[in-house]
Write a protein of this length. Structure first.
Length: 107
């Protein structure tokens, strides 16, 4: 039986450490679907923002909060700030310092 892609995405997102972020593309690549970054985005938009899926830790490849519209209060930026991640103009400051790559971290 084939697992649901969204469920696979959620399992990876649950592994993102506190105060770290990753990108839609990095998750897609880890799941063997390198061209499916947009599908990862759809999964994040569908995630229950009150669940244990830290969707706020998934951003685009340059650290922009491209999924911020899917968050009510607290906002995506507020959730990241609570973890010590600074955002300016919807972009994570020093993105590379916070980037978590499942392709190297989950060997």
């Amino acid at each position: 039986m084939e697992r649901d892609f969204f469920e696979d995405v959620y399992e990876v997102v649950k592994l993102i450490p506190f105060a770290r972020v990753t990108s839609y593309g990095a998750i897609a690549e880890y799941l063997g679907a390198k061209r499916s970054a947009r599908m990862v985005g759809y999964a994040m938009n569908s995630a229950d923002k009150t669940s244990n899926i830290p969707a706020h830790r998934v951003v685009n490849r340059v650290g922009q909060l491209s999924g911020k519209h899917a968050f009510a209060s607290p906002s995506m930026e507020e959730r990241l700030a609570a973890e010590g991640i600074k955002v300016e103009n919807d972009v994570i400051i020093d993105f590379n310092a916070y980037f978590w790559n499942p392709n190297t971290e989950l060997l």
